[in-house]
Design a protein around this ligand. Structure first.
Ligand code: FES
Length: 246
């Protein structure tokens, strides 16, 4: 994507992999890299802080502190020395969900390094999503799968925690195992979902779906726009009358 600066826009110096560029001060790191001429083939996915592909490390002159952030969310600052780490090699265990149990033994069997955690909190300080990473690792060490799943829920798997961990844990893969265990064995079953699946399996909606598949596009559009919307989900800017947004 080509990004152009207006003449009046303030330019700031940044350093990408050691080379100096002047970029508009309002740009995110990702857009600044493109402005500087980089074509992002890797390290760029959703551009919205969701996919975790754009983990970036940077540092300012005169300080030892390494900063981290998502390139698509972090705005450039003068004299930022940066590089992206679009991929970080991480341990990734393979398991069959049917053959494991929601326990600390499972976590340790697949990620024995879990017990090397030093409780230094570097992972939490590295997380661009403000997740209490150290706390969910501690929950895993206690075998508290529900807490592990709950605390890690917003993880975008950018890998920045792992890149900084002195004990060499891969926190996000431990967390995804925890969430899988929670979903399969710990979370209460949704009874309405089970009955709905039964209805689908019995073919209750078969005829209706076949009818829709044979319907022309215009009729489908009309059906969609005039569908019943539950009040709490309705968009207040939506006017069913003229089928447009205000
Ligand atoms: S590009 Fe997806 S999180 Fe930044």
């Amino acid at each position: 994507m080509e990004v152009e600066a207006t003449k009046k826009e303030e330019l700031v110096p940044i350093f990408i992999m050691g080379k100096r560029y002047e970029v508009p001060a309002s740009l995110t790191i990702q857009k600044a890299m493109e402005y500087a001429g980089y074509q992002l083939i890797r390290g760029c996915g959703c551009r919205g802080g969701i996919c975790g592909a754009c983990g970036t490390v940077y540092r300012f002159p005169g300080t030892y502190k390494i900063e981290v952030g998502l390139a698509c969310q972090t705005v450039v600052e003068p004299n930022m020395y940066l590089t992206q780490i679009p991929f970080f090699p991480a341990t990734k265990s393979v398991y069959e969900m049917e053959k494991i149990t929601p326990s600390v033994e499972t976590l340790v069997k697949h990620y024995p390094e879990l017990l090397r955690c030093l409780q230094c909190n570097t992972c939490t300080k590295s997380c661009p999503m403000d997740i209490e990473v150290m706390d969910y690792i501690a929950a895993g060490m206690r075998g508290d799968i529900a807490r592990l799943a709950e605390l890690s829920f917003d993880c975008v798997m950018c890998g920045l925690c792992t890149s900084r961990c002195p004990a060499e844990l891969c926190q996000y893969n431990i967390a995804i195992l925890g969430r899988r265990l929670y979903g399969k064995y710990v979370a209460p079953r949704a009874e309405h979902l089970a009955s709905m699946v039964q209805e689908v399996e019995k073919g209750k909606y078969e005829q209706m779906l076949r009818g829709l598949m044979d319907t022309d596009e215009e009729t489908l559009k009309n059906l969609y726009t005039s569908r019943e919307i539950e009040p709490e989900q309705a968009d207040e800017n939506w006017t069913p009358k003229d089928k447009t947004y205000l």
